[in-house]
Write a new protein. Structure first.
Length: 242
């Protein structure tokens, strides 16, 4: 088996594993995947820099966690569990972010199409994973060329890192709440996402100013108490002359 064939088999295996994980996520945590995908589609640059910051803080945060666990004897015994949990959380964030960005790419390329939202999500995820895999297929085919092969592999690594970084940043923003979004979930349309991102709707009330009538209240609504006529010959009629 040649090197190119081995690389293609490895790429196909990664694609198959990614599709299996993606389908499981769609069946069990579709809302989380859609939320991350919408965050990535709404703010690509913000998600990218949030992902870079997360990568820079990953190791220092792990060191702080280990030191915090080492303060007590019980915590010292829990260090392996804490490290394992941290690694699983980081790997889960990277995987979920990659799947979300693949969903965004696939929906942009394939459109909404016909069928239910679930079928459209599966189709978008498949197309997105294929698009990400094609970059590595091109790098594998160009591996035999001295300069072009190295350049193609460098481009594939850089693009995959950028996609993973955007996805990780979208996970951080959507789950921790760095980005407070008010979302009106829509469908994908054509070659772009047609979801509308808008602030929470407000209700406008038209206020009509009612003129105040200085009237004497009476038990009968709408009837104004009449003023008692005054007899000038006898007095003011209000008892002031007494």
């Amino acid at each position: 088996m040649t090197a190119i064939t081995s690389s293609l088999v490895a790429i196909a295996g990664v694609f198959g594993i990614g599709m299996i994980i993606g389908l499981v996520v769609l069946m069990t945590a579709e809302e989380a995947l859609v939320a991350v995908a919408k965050t990535a589609a709404r703010d690509v640059s913000g998600s990218f820099w949030a992902g870079v910051l997360t990568q820079l803080l990953a190791v220092p945060a792990l060191v702080v966690l280990i030191v915090a666990c080492a303060i007590t004897i019980i915590g010292l015994l829990a260090i392996p569990i804490a490290v394992l949990a941290w690694g699983l959380a980081l790997a889960g964030a990277i995987t979920l972010g990659l799947l979300a960005v693949a969903l965004v790419i696939g929906r942009a390329l394939a459109g909404s199409g016909q069928g239910s939202e679930r079928s459209a999500a599966v189709r978008g995820l498949t197309v997105g994973m294929l698009a990400l895999s094609l970059i590595w297929v091109g790098a594998a085919l160009a591996a035999s060329l001295p300069v072009a092969g190295a350049l193609a592999r460098l481009v594939a690594v850089a693009f995959t890192w950028a996609v993973a970084t955007v996805g990780m940043g979208a996970v951080v923003k959507s789950r921790i709440g760095v980005s407070r979004l008010s979302v009106q979930f829509g469908r994908f349309g054509g070659a772009r996402w047609s979801a509308r991102w808008a602030p929470a709707s407000t209700t406008t009330t038209n206020e009509i100013q009612v003129p105040v009538s200085w009237q004497t209240p009476t038990p009968v609504q709408g009837v104004v108490a009449a003023r008692r006529p005054v007899d000038n010959a006898q007095g003011t009629g209000n008892g002031a002359e007494l």
